[in-house]
Write a protein that binds this ligand. Structure first.
Ligand SMILES: [Fe+2]
Length: 216
């Protein structure tokens, strides 16, 4: 990043903080109530380019199949929010992940662990008025890469009205593995924004905060 870009992004960041504070004040919220913007992570080599398969919210069950995907079934839900914490409707989410043995169904995959013919692996969702999204999936396993072991994670590509965020969601019970993960470490101070909350057994909650200012 050039000095000029760096100065620009610092100014944009300061502006965001000021605007968020002003908005919070007018709504009677405490200063600083605006949420932290979710940290960006690399897209990675397994983005489902040109995917034409089933892409509904239930990644554990394919139409016409009688067997569910292998692995621990989990529910993950959350909201897409703008930088002031306002729910964003019509945000588009592309979600993809490895299966229960750490294998992606993707041409770039080098892992020889078995594919699961009953695992969807990809979901494409659009938020409604409340900004809510939800998937049923299986907890992905860690996997090895030439750069090190990846802690379990789910990939997200989220498109709001004016901004796009590529991010990865991490699991709160994997604190040790997360801390060793080279991409998690790269996030730095923003890492907590990438970790979901466990709200009930096998149930996770993760709000995604974009740079957008939602239109009402
Ligand atoms: Fe990945």
């Amino acid at each position: 990043m050039s000095k000029f870009e760096s100065a620009l992004s610092r100014r944009a960041f300061a502006g965001t903080v000021l605007a968020a504070g002003a908005f919070a004040a007018t709504r009677g919220l405490a200063q600083g109530a605006a949420p932290s913007i979710t940290a960006e992570s690399p897209l990675g080599p397994f983005y489902p380019v040109g995917y034409r398969g089933e892409d509904d919210f239930d990644m554990t069950m394919l139409k016409g199949h009688t067997t569910r995907a292998l692995g621990e079934v989990i529910e993950v839900s959350g909201r897409v929010l703008d930088r002031y914490g306002k729910p964003m409707k019509n945000a588009a989410l592309d979600i993809w992940q490895a299966n229960s043995v750490g294998r992606y169904a993707h041409d770039n995959e080098q892992n020889t662990a078995p594919l699961d013919p009953n695992f969807q692996g990809v979901a494409k969702l659009v938020t409604g008025n409340s900004g809510e999204w939800r998937i049923r999936t299986i907890k992905p396993k860690f996997y090895d890469t030439p750069l090190g072991v990846r802690t379990p994670h789910i990939h997200f590509d989220v498109v709001g009205s004016a901004h796009r965020l590529v991010a990865q969601m991490y699991f709160p019970e994997e604190t040790e593995a997360n801390a060793k993960d080279f991409l998690y470490k790269d996030i730095g101070a923003g890492a907590p924004t990438s970790v979901a909350q466990l709200t009930a057994p096998a149930t996770y909650r993760w709000d995604i905060v974009l740079m957008d200012a939602a239109r009402s």
